[in-house]
Design a protein around this ligand. Structure first.
Ligand SMILES: C[S@@+](CC[C@H](N)C(=O)[O-])C[C@H]1O[C@@H](n2cnc3c(N)ncnc32)[C@H](O)[C@@H]1O
Length: 305
């Protein structure tokens, strides 16, 4: 496998330049990455649709785990995940499951799928991305307010992260509020470096990060997994993919028209590190090649124990 391509390369006619492998992470890496995704968002979103099916297959898998975990825990302790009663699948609960997608891009296909209340489970989704361009497209498509942070409230109360609606009055507008009483799934957007997000301990049911954590320097990827482990409720699930080939820092001058950066411990190295994250139990891990391109990713599903 060619280690210069930790993410699927652009189509041949996109004018991409060969990757280079600097030994250190550029200091202004995130500023440059943000500017790039702002510029290439429409091109990226069109191109990336080639493997939405793969993303949705893994979403299906993690939802299988979520449903079975909820059914198991609710027969013994209904408070361990979600706050539901009834079937245990979320269909009869008064409270939505809380989901976070880090590096959600334009919200397709994952936020979109969660908003469709799959398996009858209703979600309140926080869609996060570094790029204002991507978040703008997502909000134009799905509506929803601005997520103003998870720092508020009693950290021991997992349901108590603070959300305000677009006008910032804190009352919610039926679209972006977190009352959990709406019949529909809802969404809010957080434009930020995923590493700066903050949620109270044990407050999330599901975290997803696809082709996004790969843009963090690899030490930060491990730090991100530790944060996620802290945010998940016991029984909560995380689905993330990582670069399969080991490379501390890969830059590309022109990827779909923008400068790009990726980093990876490699499949074995990253899996070892995820397995050591306190509170996470790896349920499934596999390296999957991308259809028609010379790149592979480690897909991991883990549960908070
Ligand atoms: C390859 S795209 C993946 C988008 C989407 N998850 C998908 O599956 O198509 C990577 C996304 O991660 C975002 N991203 C990169 N670094 C980030 C960071 N530090 N925090 C949040 N988002 C980030 C980019 O802006 C971009 O939208």
């Amino acid at each position: 496998m060619d280690t210069s391509n930790p993410t699927p390369p652009p189509p041949a006619d996109s004018g991409s330049a060969p990757a280079t492998a600097p030994t250190i992470v550029p200091k202004d890496m995130k500023t440059r990455l943000k500017a790039s995704y702002d510029a290439i968002a429409p091109a990226y979103n069109e191109w990336a649709s080639y493997n939405h099916r793969l993303r949705l297959r893994y979403l299906d898998r993690v939802l299988d785990f979520l449903v079975s975990t909820r059914m198991q825990t609710q027969t013994t302790d209904p408070t361990t995940i979600g706050t539901g009663t009834g079937t245990g699948t979320g269909t009869e609960t008064g409270t939505k499951l809380k989901a976070l997608e880090i590096g959600c891009g334009a919200g397709v296909p994952i936020v979109s799928a969660l908003l469709s209340s799959p398996r009858g489970m209703r979600f309140h989704v926080v869609g996060n991305d570094l790029s204002g361009g991507q978040i703008g497209i997502a909000r134009g498509r799905f509506g929803g307010g601005v997520f103003t942070g998870g720092g508020g409230g009693d950290p021991s109360d997992g349901d108590n992260y603070s959300l305000v609606n677009e006008e910032g009055d804190g009352k919610g507008d039926g679209n972006g509020d977190d009352s959990g009483k709406d019949s529909k799934s809802t969404v809010e957007w957080a434009q930020a470096d995923m590493l700066t997000l903050s949620f109270p301990p044990s407050s999330l049911d599901l975290v997803i990060g696809l082709y996004s954590v790969i843009h963090l320097p690899r030490e930060e990827q491990v730090a991100m997994m530790r944060k996620i482990a802290g945010w998940l409720k016991p029984g909560g699930l995380v689905l993330v993919n990582f670069g399969a080939e080991e490379a501390e820092a890969v830059e590309m001058a022109d990827w779909l028209g923008g400068w790009m950066f990726w980093s990876s411990f490699g499949a074995e190295g990253m899996l070892e590190r995820v397995e050591k994250v306190e509170g996470l139990e790896v349920l499934s891990s596999e390296v999957v090649g991308e259809d028609g391109v010379d790149a592979a990713f480690l897909w991991v599903i883990a549960r908070k124990v």
